[in-house]
Design a binder for this molecule. Sequence first.
Ligand code: BES
Ligand code: MN
Ligand code: ZN
Length: 499
Amino acid sequence: MKINFANPSIPNKGVVVILATEGSSLISSTTKFDKQTNQSVTRAIKGSNFKGKNEQLLTLMAPSGTNINRILLVGLGKPKTINELSMQRVGGCIYANLAKTGQAIANIIVDAVDNSDLAAEHLAAQLAYGARLRSYRFDKYRTREEASSKPSLKTLTLISPKSSRARAAFAPLDKIARGVFTTRDLVSEPPNIIYPHTFAQQAQALVKLGIKVEVLGEAQMRRLGMGALLGVGQGSVRESKLVVMRWNGAGRSKSEQPIAFVGKGVTFDTGGISLKPGAGMEDMKWDMGGAGVVVGLMMALAGRKAKVNAIGVVGLVENMPGGNAQRPGDIVTSMSGQTIEIINTDAEGRLVLADALHYTINKFNPKFVVDLATLTGAIIISLGNEYAGMFSNNDQLSERLYKAGEEVDEKVWRQPLGDAYDKLINTDSADMKNIGGRGAGSITAAQFLQRFVGKTPWAHLDIAGVTWSKKDMATVPRGGTAFGVRLLERLVANYYEFK
Ligand code: BES
Ligand code: MN
Ligand code: ZN
């Protein structure tokens, strides 16, 4: 979909979207429009229960006196409640309502809302961003879909005072959306198409944004001693990879510590020899969601030329059973030198992250590291599909992540760590085992990771419950959500970018 910004004019054909605040007071351009259409808007409101509540919609077909086919009247809610997020949601709802109407072009008339804190150009930019985010669709393998069931909307124009300012406000948001879409593509692609090698190739495409990309294969990882990561991949015919992405946008001295993001990239998780049950196993194509977020995040940061030095590292493996697969009982040596007794080959994500985290910290000495992983089913039991689980050794980093999450509606909820939990992964046979007992499964997984981060400020986001959505949401269509891209982009923008 093309998104344009244009200066004020009253469109007289196609689809026109007009806005009202709660109490059904029309914004000024809507009032003008109402006059031109023979009070069709006022009369339609009278004949309905439209109150201008946030995301409330009212469609008017073919108003007389114009060539307009369809008017969509959209509620913004009370002026004081209007903010970036509420406007994004409205934009998403507008897109969803119009996408399949058979119309190719729509114009949204936006102007300043009295008593709102958001200036007109930001109203327009955030509406556009919400529409963009909602417009994502992964349909490349649907070869027989009828044209009438595909989205028809091709061009969305925001008609707004100071349209050049709105266009400028939208530009970085559109870059973030591109990162989001790349992540959604990666998690949506099937596991016969995206596996460690092809994932790494996708990451390599980021060089055209000015990101340095390095791909390590099994031989290099073996030399580095990454026995934990390599053990997971050894049952697969696909070669494991580690991808290192570097964005140096801060332009300060090289000695400045970078920030780092690490992602779990299990391109398919069968469970290995501790095989998962068959039902629903196809979902494990998105067990590379954390890695997908790191790629989309790096893209977003580079796309909008963020003034930050950021490292992205993803550990890519396929967890398969087979004659050469890792066994329960195996003991592997991680790059950190710590040994791990494998009790369950399905607790593989932490093994991949153990080496990816150690490598990142050891090599780049970052200010902090945030890892993302679809790590445990247990986090879905505790938090459902609303919040990601957060585990951290650092209060400041946790608070910043919490706030950024609230701001972009990718929310994280902190859960505890502690010695009593840490003990649960001790074993007589090695330095640790890869699972705890039945209880606190997400916490023991996080304790495991903590053994590989030393004193570096670190946060682990368990995104198993939020990486894939079964239902449509205002700015996130069902499917891959890319949860984490907007969150971490905001974390960087708020606290780590030098302006
Ligand atoms: N990838 C899974 C976790 C998962 C489950 C993600 C459901 C998304 C949806 C992870 O590798 C796993 O299998 N975890 C096990 C750990 C257990 C063996 C200790 C789990 O959660 O059951
Ligand atoms: Mn698993
Ligand atoms: Zn997994």
